[in-house]
Design a protein around this ligand. Structure first.
Ligand code: ADP
Ligand code: LRH
Length: 498
């Protein structure tokens, strides 16, 4: 049987990678073709993604993936891109990109968010979309864009989220993929169609909203000039679950028929914790608990909550680097392991932590305001972040179980954050549940295998998960010290109230 290759581009907020995924019968293997940093830049207009650098990295990744495919005697059939949610570009009638996309942590978004809430209230917006309130959701970014630069919105013929934009660059086709569209907070969670009524009530135009296609759709071919430049065939462009979290959840290696009560944690820059459900849950309770209903691969719903994840550790690391002290993640984890437990706890959702810069000072301010000691060493800062994340997972899992009226038997952790063994153990202890870790590159695997569904090589989501399960070395972590986290429950609940 011939080996089939798919190029999966997975762009996270911290780094991106181009992976060559090879399907040989029922066996999938991944080779990294290119890994690159993703570093937003501050321009006079604000905080923007370095789109052309990313594009150059994607082309470099494609070229290298082509070389690897030739070396491995693999037939490349398609490529697909997933990225973080919510951010977008606007396209004009000539096909030009009208301005550089903003990065979601730009300062202008919270003000626009407040405007929308003042006008319609949370309930109206949540009922129309089923999406949790993050101040940078596309809906609010559009308000900021309209107020800053109304002409770009008026002249835009199409809004494309980041992966849609990159698929457009690759194929020339302008299409909105369903999973990433759901992150905009502009889609009806029941019908999967744009909530045009909501946009109109917020005085936003709707003419730039395009056709929403499901994950796994082939939208065209790689443009000939790019195929030539990368020295590959004009392969198909097949949109995966192009929201990174959708691809990550697709790749959770669970056998749903054997383990129906499972939760996931996609662990990276963000921690996304939730369950996969068939129908959206849009109630006062889900709104108050801050749960979202994003669209998943196989038309599932990802009922989940965004938790400020390893962003906290990334920012502590960046703070020390600015002072000339460079630590890699394993070193920071080791120092955290050696630090005293539960010295300082924070609420990871505290708004100031969401913006870049000065994380240590922000943690100090939180410690001061809550009568706790300030961390003093990198190990203490990181331990504070990890224990606070684990406590938040405990709190979030309890809310999820309340919403579903069911206890979860196991938590699957996928994504690069799974490499943090200390956090895995803390998580198992905090939730007092078995944790299964892997794959670390779940997003890229989910991306590639959803292309394979689109290409007709994989049957469906269950088949996809069987292939991931067979290919991955999974790590099982049992709870060992649940009592230590139980004892912090009241202290942590107090902090959340502050
Ligand atoms: P993204 O959401 O940006 O795609 P990843 O899934 O690549 O993120 O996860 C990156 C995070 O995983 C890093 O910020 C870091 O905290 C954590 N991580 C990666 N490798 C290790 C490691 N060897 N030890 C501990 N943590 C790690
Ligand atoms: C994780 C993620 C998350 C979104 C955030 C903006 O990378 O896609 O699901 O909410 O980035």
């Amino acid at each position: 049987m011939s080996k089939t290759g798919y190029v999966a581009f997975d762009l996270g907020a911290e780094s991106g990678r181009a992976m060559l995924a090879v399907l040989d019968g029922e066996h999938i293997s991944l080779t990294e073709a290119h890994r690159f940093a993703n570093t937003p830049q501050r321009l006079p207009s604000g905080y923007h993604w370095n789109l052309l650098q990313l594009w150059a990295d994607l082309m470099q990744g494609l070229t290298r993936a082509g070389e690897l495919a030739r070396e491995q005697n693999v037939t490349l059939v398609s490529l697909g891109v997933d990225t973080w949610g919510v951010d977008f570009g606007l396209i004009g009638k000539s096909g030009q990109l009208l301005g550089l996309p903003y990065a979601y942590r730009d300062e202008r978004h919270p003000l626009a968010f407040q405007q929308a809430i003042d006008k319609l209230g949370e309930k109206t917006i949540y009922d129309a979309t089923g999406i949790q309130f993050l101040p940078f959701n596309t809906l609010f970014q559009l308000i900021a864009q309209r107020d800053a630069e109304p002409a770009t919105l008026e002249h835009a013929t199409r809004l494309l989220n980041m992966p849609d934009l990159l698929h457009y660059f690759f194929s020339g086709q302008q299409v909105n993929e369903a999973t990433i569209a759901s992150t905009t907070q502009m889609v009806d969670p029941h019908t999967g169609k744009w909530s045009t009524d909501l946009l109109q009530r917020l005085d936003l135009p709707t003419h730039m909203l395009g056709r929403i296609v499901p994950a796994g759709s082939c939208i065209g071919k790689l443009r000939a000039e790019l195929a030539e430049a990368a020295n590959v065939e004009p392969i198909d462009v097949i949109v995966p679950g192009s929201h990174d979290t959708a691809s990550a959840v697709a790749a959770v290696p669970v056998d749903v028929s054997a383990t129906p009560n499972w939760a996931y944690l996609s662990s990276g820059t963000w921690s996304l914790m939730g369950a996969e459900v068939d129908e959206p849950i849009v109630t006062d309770a889900s709104r108050e608990a801050g749960f979202t209903n994003e669209r998943g691969v196989g038309n599932k719903i990802r009922l989940l909550k965004n938790i400020a994840g390893l962003w906290l550790v990334q920012q502590v690391r960046a703070d020390y680097a600015r002072r000339g002290e460079e630590y890699d993640y394993p070193a920071l984890t080791q120092q955290a392991d050696a630090a005293d437990p539960f010295r300082t706890l924070i609420d990871p959702g505290h708004a100031p932590f969401a913006t870049p810069g000065d994380m240590c000072a922000k943690i100090d301010a939180f410690a001061d305001a809550t009568g706790q000691p300030r961390p003093e060493t990198p190990g203490q800062y990181v331990r504070c972040c990890l224990e606070s994340l684990a406590m938040t997972y405990r709190h979030t899992l309890a809310k999820l179980e309340d919403l579903l009226g069911q206890r979860m038997d196991v938590l699957h952790i996928v994504g690069g954050g799974g490499k943090n063994a200390l956090l895995n153990q803390m998580t198992a202890d905090a939730i007092d549940r078995r944790v299964v870790v892997g794959p670390y590159e779940g997003t890229a695997v989910g991306n590639a295998l959803t292309q394979a569904i689109g290409h007709g090589d994989v049957r469906d989501l269950a088949h996809l998960r069987t292939i991931v399960r067979n290919a991955s070395e999974l790590l099982t972590v049992e709870p060992g010290n649940a009592d230590s986290f139980n004892r912090q429950a009241h202290r942590f609940a107090d902090l959340l109230g502050k």
